[in-house]
Every structure is written in structure tokens, then in C-alpha cells.
Write a protein of this length. Sequence first.
Length: 154
Amino acid sequence: MAASVLVLGIGNVLMSDDGAGVHAARGLEPSDSDHLRVLDGGTLGLSLLAEIETCDALIVFDAARFGAEPGAVKTFTGSEMDAQLSGVKRTAHEVALCDLLNAAELIGRKPEFRALIGVEPDRVGWGLEPTETVASAIPEMRRVARELIERWAS
């Protein structure tokens, strides 16, 4: 079981749907602050390695292109997440997240329980809010995260 869960929202909130991960994280309320941390990871950086290496489970919210209709939500867990991140990188934060997980693996602290909850973006351009299509998918992203946390707890 994952004793410490880190939920990380990533993306650029100045670029409409690209910020969906951050918006999803900002609205997820930790139910147990001792075991669940929710962070706005923004556009990432190696400084987040310290956060990742101290958690037992990691959930990442992000806008991700996986060939579905805009607003579709898809979850990649464990090795599926690794495969998704090791494929063609479409954003700088996909590269950074892949690098962070590789660094965590090198030091023996890659979380066994990990998931990427992605939403297919509709539009990535200047804008402070996600499009209506993506905004309407954010509650589903949060629901999936809560479901994973409960499953990992049992």
C-alpha cells in the first residue's frame, strides 16, 4: 500500500488547455493531509525530484495527446505511464516528467504506484482557462485520482 501519495498537476496555465493538469490538482482536496499532498508542479523542474523521491505513490494530472477526442480522459498506470512518457514528447513538461522519473529510478525511489491521468487538449494557445470541453473533463480526472488512491490504499 502507498502510505504517502503525491498528486502533481503539471502544465502551463497561461496556455489554455495545457494548464488542465494544474487546474485539476488545484481543485482536489486532500482528505488526509498526513498522507496526501497535492502540488502545482507548473511546467516542472528537477526541484520536484525531492517531492517524488519521498512519496510512495504518484498521480500526475496533465494535458496529454493520445489520439482521442478533445476532453477524453485516459489513465496510464505503472509501466503504461512509463511507455506513454518514453514515446514522442509533445511538450517540455513531458520531457521533464520523464527525466524526473528516470532520476528517481536511478536513486531507487521511483514510486511503485504511479499514474498519469491525461486529458486530450482541444486548444493550446494563450488563455488563462481551459476550453469548455477540457474544463468539463476535469471533474472526471479528479474522480479517477480518488479511485486510484482508494484502490492503492486497500
